[in-house]
Design a protein around this ligand. Structure first.
Ligand code: SF4
Length: 348
């Protein structure tokens, strides 16, 4: 079977189909670009096959071997991730950058706090801040691109520390305001811890207008990474909009997509919001509509507390109530809740 991280080598064609279906599902959920680790030539060939099969822009993540980078550049990929400082001789770097430039394929430099060059690691141990060390490492790589006149470059600076990720990216954005930045944390942890850390780091950066793409790294499924990223973008857009920065809010997609509100455990709850939301989560997030959906725990307060929702559902006992903008649409048997909810959703 294919690996959850989409790092692969030598997949067969039958497995291609499972991979392409999952990629399309991720796209429907809001994933806009997908990175593949490409550790060898077999993986490069597989990536090439997939790139021709899916509508999702694919990124080839390459370490060290410039020949793999060159092979990936033969395919309709959106980007490669490789650090020129790791490629080797000047001729090899020139070959890769030349081919990428000819194909107009951008290159992302990835600098991680855990793999700084030895001299910068030493300086960081002696007092240089990790954020400054990350920026210095990126500047070295950027100097190589400059040397070759290659302009299609973007950078990611990643640490597992929330604070250092924010500092490093702010510092880099200050020094290079026009440089596209890809944001993320590394080793952010399992689902809950990872979502909290990613949110804490990415929301202030995005709301402040820093960042062009994001990846939420979790020790969890890609689907949850995508959902977390959507919510982070929505939260950042709301903050930017609230601060009067409508250009940033629009860029982050304020008001676009499906927003879900649902009740927690509550003493008044008489409708199983957790189970209902769980059943509908993926489908709701895959809808191409700009709507708010509410799954509320009680009929007393639910319609009122979710009066901004385009469609809401709540219930009591063997009955369920569907409402729109705080007003009742219809009352049905609880056993028909899913079917009726689906019908009303179609009407929106
Ligand atoms: S709508 Fe009802 S169930 Fe939900 S939080 Fe309010 S009081 Fe509790």
């Amino acid at each position: 079977m294919w690996k959850d991280r989409l790092s692969f080598s030598g997949l067969d064609r039958e497995t291609d189909r499972a991979v392409t279906e999952r990629i399309e599902r991720l796209r429907a959920m809001g994933c806009g670009i997908l990175r593949f680790a490409v550790p060898d030539m077999d993986a490069a060939e597989t990536l090439g096959r997939l790139a021709a099969l899916v509508s999702m822009p694919l990124v080839a993540d390459i370490h060290f071997d410039y020949k793999i980078a060159l092979r990936c550049l033969d395919f309709p990929i959106a980007k490669i991730r490789i650090n020129p400082g790791n490629i080797g001789s000047r001729e090899k770097v020139e070959t890769v950058l030349g081919k990428a430039a000819a194909k107009r394929i951008p290159i992302r430099i990835g600098v991680n706090a855990g793999s700084l060059p030895p001299d910068l690691r030493k300086q960081a141990d002696e007092g240089l801040s990790p954020a400054e060390a990350l920026v210095l490492a990126a500047e070295r790589e950027l100097a190589i691109f400059d040397d070759f006149g290659f302009s299609g470059v973007l950078v990611s600076l990643k640490a597992s520390s929330v604070q250092e990720t924010i500092r490093a990216n702010r510092l880099l954005a200050e020094k290079f305001p026009a440089l596209p930045l890809h944001l993320g944390l590394t080793e952010a942890g399992p689902l809950v811890a990872g979502v909290v850390k990613n949110t804490a780091a990415l929301v202030p950066l995005l709301a402040g207008g820093i960042g062009d793409t994001i990846r939420v790294s979790l020790s969890d499924t890609m689907e949850n990474e995508v959902l977390a990223a959507r919510e982070i973008l929505a939260a950042a857009a709301e903050i930017a909009g609230g601060a009067g920065n409508s250009a940033v809010a629009r860029r982050l997609g304020q008001g676009r997509g499906v927003s879900i509100v649902s009740c927690p455990r509550c003493g008044r709850s008489s409708f199983d919001t957790h189970a209902f939301t769980g059943r509908w989560l993926t489908r709701l997030y895959s809808l191409d509509k700009d709507i708010t959906v509410a799954v509320m725990g009680c009929t007393v307060n639910g319609p009122g507390e979710a009066r901004h929702a385009d469609l809401g559902i709540t219930g009591a006992g063997d009955k369920a109530l569907l409402f729109r903008r705080g007003k009742a649409l219809r009352t049905i048997d609880a056993s028909e809740a899913d079917a009726a909810f689906g019908e009303e959703l179609e009407r929106l």
